[in-house]
Ligand binder design. Sequence first.
Ligand code: ZN
Length: 499
Amino acid sequence: MRILSSTNETCVARILAAAALAVVAGCTAPVSEEREVEDVADTSTSFEDFEAQVFREPETGVYIVDGDTPLISRDELRRFYEQVVLKGALAVNVASGADVRWSNTQKMNLTYCVSTAFGGNHAAVVQAMATAASAWQAAADVRFVYRSDQNGACNASNTNVMFDVRPTSGQDYLARAFFPGYPRAYRNILIDSSSFGNIAPYTLAGILRHELGHTLGFRHEHTRVSASPCFEDNGWRGLTPYDSGSVMHYPQCGGTNRGDLVLTASDNAGASSIYGANVALQLDDPRVFDAAFYLQSYGDLAAAFGSDATAARNHWLNAGISEGRRASRAFDARFYLKIHGDLQAAFQTNYAAAIDHWLNQGLRFEGRRGARELDVSYYVSTYGDLQNVFGANLREAVNHWLYQGMPVEGRAGSAEVDVNYYLSVHPDLSAAYSGNRTAALNHFIWNGLSEGRRASVSFNVSSYVNHYSDLKAAFGTDYTAAFDHWIMAGIAEGRTGAP
Ligand SMILES: [Zn+2]
């Protein structure tokens, strides 16, 4: 991404200095097509002269053309020179006339790391990448997977990830990316230190939305206007009508976007037309949606839909998710965002993004807790037989707890909520539910916690809040808040859970 401070003037100055080359380092030629041809013919610019004018990234030696598009080799630069500067036919990101895109397998596993070399900016980059990735994932059936375990060796030779995100400085761009099909060594998103300065009205997330568009194969939208000074080449296939507000359109190239770089309706449509609509969100995955539980949990829904599971599902997809309603004993999006500060910052109240994150990243790779009643890492590590069966397959471990471990075997899903213990210490519940563990767990979710009832040997929420005067002052009888304090702070502070 290269943002110019004023329309084309920087480019104009550079172009004049470069003897009217069609393309020079970091910007494109603000001259008409006729002028380009004429100038090229008149000046007989040699490849060597052209090469001398193209910006080369000191760190990697790649050539940067069209603002932020890397060309890996001198051969590629020569091809670019012949085809674009000398007005040939194809563009760099088209292979044999076919769309350059990820395969259907690759598109669902676009793994990346974020180098620890970002230092004090690391958390900001992680968050901006998550935000940018979620925008494309909402638009199309693609999935960026953050592999935080690779951050320590997040470089161009790490083959455990599809691409690396690393810092750089002194470059001619804010950030640059790559197109699908590039070899591993060149699949990087490099973020220049200038991106951490004042880049208003853009944000780092906005810059990365643009760069991730490149990684999915999308060209600069402004190259579609052949009369534009920012025209690059004809090596593209239009997916939608021209969109001057596109996230892929440089504002200084006749773009109409005056705010941050965001995906437009056309961007969403274009992305889904090439990768398919987002059907992998799995928002009605049984781990996050149980129609009966959903209807039982909300009186307004039970009144409206009775026991109609299809109506419940439709409500969930159309309204319940965005309202932050809970529809599973195993997952609570509000709790998930509350206890994981990085996700709260990235997604705020985007509960669909939270669900998507848990299913495909937080649960799958990181073992993140998604409910007070189920802490899947605790569940697997506490029971040796489950560890042997499920190992790292935590998604299956969730199913085990839902359908077997909790209701049939009475296993504890978390250190704080043990359904057998809950039934054993509350005679009114054991009388009412007579061993129906699912009903007992529902009672805890709907009533027991807010009543301050104890649900495990190691944690007693009412004695916890009453034992510590600061907690009593802060939470009073808000036992849900006190419960969450224990998880978010109390354990780390060395407090006692059942004093
Ligand atoms: Zn770009």
